[in-house]
Design a protein around this ligand. Structure first.
Ligand SMILES: N[C@@H](CCC(=O)N[C@@H](CS)C(=O)NCC(=O)O)C(=O)O
Length: 215
């Protein structure tokens, strides 16, 4: 069955891998599932054809036969449940891996997004200098907690899983801020994720699209 995902025609990050199609590509690469990509412009994302796939007019979406999915958590979980490689066989370990996916998306990603949004879009606001340290502290707090749990382990629950894929994807947004460097075990964790062959293929694919010659 052909799998088709959507991605930005031109990602605002210029191919740094921060657009969320990268985590879906990574999951597909981990399980060895070939896929096609339909590129969409910001305008097209808000048109009825795309809104029929994604009610909030965003990327990525996932199509497989009659199945249409949006939300990277749901997409990566679907991929992980259908094919081996991203979830352990043991039922309890599987449940824990899924819990880490939710933790990445619900507990760790929100303060990181708030921080990234502040740095990108709020610099000229009069309250920026006062607010930034508060937002930063909320991120640092999560990093402290995650760092304490990870300790000197390679992955969050013994073996690499969809939970790690999602957590590393979420943490990658902090790389340019230097915040991860204060937590060497987290910096190492992210580097281990980036060193995976599947991540490298996913990154290269989105980089090539975002750095192609303009027609
Ligand atoms: N919670 C959603 C977030 C999707 C999302 O924010 N996508 C961004 C790209 S990474 C987007 O489409 N932004 C353009 C917009 O919202 O108009 C998910 O994980 O799939």
């Amino acid at each position: 069955m052909t799998v088709t995902i959507t991605a930005f025609e031109r990602s605002p990050d210029g191919g740094q891998g921060l657009a969320r199609d990268t985590r879906v590509r990574w999951a597909l690469e981990e399980v060895g599932q070939p896929y096609e990509v339909r590129l969409v412009s910001f305008g097209a994302m808000k048109e009825p054809a795309h809104l029929a796939l994604h009610p909030f007019g965003q990327i990525p979406t996932y199509e497989e036969g009659d199945l249409v999915l949006f939300e990277t958590g749901a997409i990566v979980l679907h991929i992980a449940e259908r094919q081996p490689g991203l979830l352990p066989d043991d039922a309890d370990a599987r449940a824990r891996a899924i819990a880490w996916m939710f933790a990445a998306l619900n507990t760790v990603e929100p303060p990181i997004l708030e921080f990234a949004t502040a740095r990108l879009f709020e610099k000229d606001r009069p309250w920026f200098e006062e607010r930034l340290p508060l937002v930063e502290e909320r991120v640092r707090n999560r990093l402290r907690q995650l760092s304490a749990r990870l300790g000197d382990a390679d992955w969050l629950d013994c073996v690499f899983s969809a939970g790690d894929l999602m957590m590393v994807s979420v943490l990658l947004r902090l790389k340019s801020s230097g915040m991860l460097n204060k937590f060497p075990n987290l910096a190492g964790y992210v580097a281990r994720g980036e060193a995976r062959a599947a991540y490298k293929r996913a990154f290269a694919a989105q980089w090539a699209i975002n750095n192609r010659a303009v027609d």
